[in-house]
Design a protein. Sequence first.
Length: 1201
Amino acid sequence: MAVSYQFLPWVRRGLTVALGNPDNLGAQPLLPARASAPVGVTLAGPNAGTQINPLQMVLHGPGDVIGIDTRLVLRTDPKPHARNFEPNYLAIVDFDPPDFPWMLTPAQANADDRLRPWLVLVVLDRARTGVPKMPSNGPLPTIRITGADVKSELPGLGESWSWSHAQVVSKAVDNTGIQADLQHDPASNVSRLVCPRRLEPNKDYVACVVPAFEPGRLRGLGLAEANPAGMATLGPAWDTNVAADVLLPVYFHWEFSTGPAGDFESLARRLRTPSAYKNTPVGDALAEVGTAPMRVDDLLNGSTPGLEATMEGALVPLSYTPGAPPNGTQADSLAIIVNTPQENVVNPVGNGSTNAAGRRLEVKPPMVGAWHARKHQAAKTEFGKHWVADLNLNPRYRGAAGYGAEVVRQNQESFVDAAWDQIGTILDAEMRFNLTRLAIEAQRALKAKHFDVLAPERLLQVMGPALPRIEALAGDGTGFKIGGQTGSLGGQIDRSSLPAAMVDTALRRAISPARRSLRMASRLTRSLEALPTQTARYVGVMAQASKKPAAFSVNAFLPDGILSTKAFDTVNLGGAPGRELDLSASGLGRRFTVDQVKQITAAAGQSADLLKRSGVPELKIRTGQGVFTDLHVERFGLLAASAPTVQSTDWIVVSNSIQALGGRGVEGILIEARRESGRLQFSTVSLDARSGGVRLDKPVMRAFDRLRREIRTPDAGLPLAGIKLGNVRMADIRKFDTAGVFAALPVNALVSSPGAALLNFALNENFEFAGRPAAGRVLPTVSLTMPTVLRDRDVLQRYAVATRGTQNAWRDAYAVSRVVVKPVDFGMTGAAAIIRLRTQPEATLSARLASMVSVSNLAVNTTNEFVAAHLSLTDALARQRFMIPALFDRVMAWPKLPEALYERLAKYDKNAFMPGVDDIPQDLVMLVRVNQHFIDSFMAGANFEMNRELLWRGFPTDLRGTPFQRFWGRQLLGPAPAYPLIPLDDMQPMHLWGAQPLGNRVDPIAGDPDRVALLVRGQLLRRYPNTAVYAWKKTSGADTLLKDAAGQRPDGAVELPVFSGMIGEDITFFGFDIDHDQIEKWCFVLEEQMTEPRFGFDVAEPVTGQPGLKRRAVLLDTLVKLEANVAAPLYKNYNPYKALSWTNVDVQPGAFTSVANLVQVPNKPFASFPTLTTTPTAAEIAKALLQQPFRAYFIGSDLKT
C-alpha cells in the first residue's frame, strides 16, 4: 500500500501563531532574541463583547535552551555507528513534534514561506574536528572547528530555512485537510533537519545538532551572562566568511562512516546480463560455466587412452542437459572394479591363491550406496533405471560422490563429535526399536488368539472405550464423515440408532459373569452364561434398526407397567390355577401362580379399554362468531372492578352475549349491572356521526339474574329505543372510529335508568374522555360500553387456521410436535473390520514409538505442529531425527547432522561446486540450472563415507543411515510467537530411494528436480544482503508484468526462492521452482527494502574504476517525453529531480548544496528541464531531494547464456 508523504516548509502552533514580526533571514537590523505576543480576553455572558486590554506575553527564545530531550529524536539516517553509509545520500535527523525546529524561533514566516529553525544539523569530518567533549564548566558537550576549517566544515546559515521541513502522512489536497491530519494523527507526523553536505566515500563523520543563533550558542556554552549584547539579538551562531575558531554546544550527536561510492540503485544498474557479452570470450566462458573437461584415468579407458568426460557442478548452464550416459568403455571398466567385492563374497578364495573361477582375491574400491539400496552389483543395462548403476558406472557422478566423501574426510572430526553427542539418544532409540519389535510379535499373537476370534457384536463391546479414538476409515479408503472430516467409530455410533450404552464399559461390567451378584444368582438359575450371548445378540438387533423401525418409534412408546406389561407375554399360563411359575428369567424373584398372573393381565386390559372409551374431551372453538381481543378482556376487568355483583366467572356470560348481539349494523354494546338485584343486562347502542349523540339502539336485548340464568321476560319500565344517553365531542369522533369511542368511554358514562343525566364527553390532556357524573351520587346500576367483536373476513379466516392447530394439539398433544424417527443402521461387520485393521500392532506400536523418539528435538507424530502442518505422514517420517522405518526392514538409528553441505563443498573447492565460477565477470546476473544428478551423487558419497567413518570409530551403525539430508540449507519459519527457523531436509533417506534413476527420483521432500537458480555477482547483494529477490510472471506476449485490474500482483504471479546461498564473498544464488524451459514467461526482480524517506541525488556518472551505469529504460523514456512535452499538464505532477545525479547539480564531494544549485541545475539533462521556482520553499526542496526505493527487473530470456 502506497504511503502519501506531504512536506511542509514550517509548522507553528500555540502562541507562536500570533507572532507579528516576519523572519528577515538574518538581514539588518537583527530581530530581537525573544518575541512577544498580545494576549487578550473577550467576555461572554452578561458582559458579552466586552474586551480586556491585551497583555504582551514574552515567549522563550533560542537563548533559553540548555539541552533537548533525546527521546524527541525518532530517527537518524544513517544510524549511529553505521559503517557503510551511501555517500550520495544526505544525513538527516527526525523529531517527534512536527513544529520542533521552529518552536523557539522568535518570528513568523516571511512572504516566501521561509522561516529559519532555531537549531541545525551539521556533519563534520571526524579527522579534522574530533568528537564532542563535555567541558568542565558548561551544560552541554562542545565541539571546536578551527578557523581554517570553518568554510569547509560548516554550512552557511543564510539558507538554514531550506534544510528543515515537516512531514505529514496525508492525502489531502488543501491546507484544511493537511491541518486536520496534523492534529488527528500526530504519531505519523515528524519534523526533520537535513545537512546539505555531500558526503565523501570511505570517510568517518560526526553528525551534530547545534544552535543556529548566537543566543543559543552562548547559552549552551554557559556564557550568556557574560555577553548580554549577544543575547539581545538574533545573530547567527557562526559566519563562514570569518576565519576564526567556532566553538559550538551540541544538543545531540552520533558517529558514522561512509562506504565506497554507490547506492542500491547504482549497484543494481551496473548489473549486466549474459547478452552484454555475446560473441566475446567472456560470453563463451559463461556458456560453459558449471561444466569442465575431466581427465579420466587410462585404467578406465581400456584400449583408447586419453578419453575424457565432462565434470558437472551443482549449477550448470541452462542449455546443458545433465544425466548423459558415460562412455561404454569407461562404464565396463568401472563395472568390473565396483562389482569385484561382491564377487569375492559369492566366490570366496579358499586355501589357495585363486577362487573357483580362477581369479585371485582383489581389493577394489567399494560401491557407493550399496548398503542403502541392499544392492552390491551394477550393470550397464540398469542405466536410467537404478541410481546405484547411474552413480557407480559413470565417472562424472562417481567423481561427484568422491567430492562428497572428501568433504566428510576434511571435516570428519567435527562431524563425528556431533554424532557422539547424540549417542545416548541413539542407543535409547535402538532399545526402543528392539522392545517395540518384541511388543509387536507379542501383541500379534494375543490379538489373533483373543480378539480376532470374537464375533463383531462382542468385539464392539470389548473395544468400547477405544471406539472414540478409532477412525471410521476402511482399508479401501471409504469412511464415515462428520462435517466433511473422517469421524470415529464412537461418533458413528452416536449418529446411529444403536444406543451408545450398548458398548459402554459400565454395561459390560454389569453383565459380566465374573460379577459377584451374578455369580450368586447363577447358583439358583444356572443360566448366567447366557447373559453375554443375549447381550451380543441384542447389540446385533439394535445395529440393524431399519428392519424393526417400530421398536424405535418414540411416539408409540409406552413404558411397560403403566397400563399393561409384557413381562408375562412369553409365560405359559396353562395348567392348574394354583400352579407356581418361575419368572426368574424375567428378573422377578417372587413366584406367582397362574391365577395371579391372569388377574394382572386382565386388569391391565380393562385399563386400556377404559382409556379408549373415555378418550379426551373435545375442545369447542367457535371460529365464525367473531374474535375477541385483549381490549375486550380489559374492559370486562374494568366492569368487574367497578360492579360488586360482577365476578370473573361472568366473562362467559359477557362474551357469549357480545357475540350473540354483535351482528351486522351493531356499533356498540352497553352492559349494565344492577347493584341490588345483581341483574346483568345487555343493550345495543349507536353513535350519531353528525351530532355526536349516543342513542340507545335496542334496549335490554339479553338479561341474566344473580345466578346468571337468562331472563326470558324483561322487567317492565324498560327504556324506550332511540332515547339519547349522552354526547361526544365531534372533533374526538373524527380522531377515532366508533369502536374506539365505545372502547374508551369511562364507567357509568351512559346509563339507561330513567332520570339519568346526559353527559358531554371530550378528551382531556391525558387522552381520556372526561364527563363523569357529579360526586356523591350513587347510580342504581354500573354501566360500561364495549365494542363489538372483530368480524373482518380476513381476520376470521386467519383465526380459524390458527385455532385448527390448537384443536389438534388438544386432541393429541403429540400430534403437532410428533418426532419422526428414522432408524439408522450401524454396519457391525464393517466396524469390526476397521477395528481389526486399525489395531494392528504394526501400526499402533510404530505410531507409539514415533511419539517417544525425538525428531530434531521434537516428537515424531502427526500432531506435531512443525511437521503435520506442512508435510504428509510419509514426509514426517522422512524428516525425523532418528529414522523409524517399517520394522520388518530395520535400519539402525543414525545421528542427524544438519549441515548444509553445499557450504562445505564451496569452501573446500568452489570450482568443484560450480566449475568455471571464477570466469564469471563482476556485476553479472544470469540464470543457471540446478543439477540434481550432481546433488544426489554428492550426498550419496557423503553419507557413504560418513557411515564408514562412524563404523571405524566404533559408532553403532549398519552403514544404511543417512546422517546428511541437507544440501542447500533450506529453512522454514516456525509458528508465533518465537518464529524459530526450522531446518528443512532436501531429500529422503537413501534407503527409501528405491529403484529410481539418479537425478530424476520421485522424492516428496526434494520436489521437482527441474529448477533454475538466479546467480548474481557483484557488490549489490554484499552491501545489501536484505534485498528482496523474487520472480514475477510476465504478461503473455509482452515484456510487461502481470497485474490485475487494480494494478496489483494476482495470486500465483510471484515465486519466492526455495533456497539461497553464496559462493565466495561476492557470488549469491537463489533457487526457484521454475522449469528451465519456462523462464521466458518470467521476470526476475531485485528490490530494495522499503524504508523511511531518504534524501539526496543519484550517484555521479561515471564512477572512477567502475563500469558506466545502465540507464533505467522507463526513466529515460519518461525524460524523453518530458523534454518534448515539458509544458503539458500530464507532466505537472511528475518529479523530474529524481532522475538527477550529483553531476547534474554540480556539487563536489565534501561541498555543501546551495539553493542556487537546486534552482539552476547547472548540468541539465536538456535545456528545457523543469527546475524549481526562483523562490522555492523548504517543502519544494525536500520533494526534489526525496529518493525512492529502487526495483530492478530482468527478463528471463535475457538471463540465458
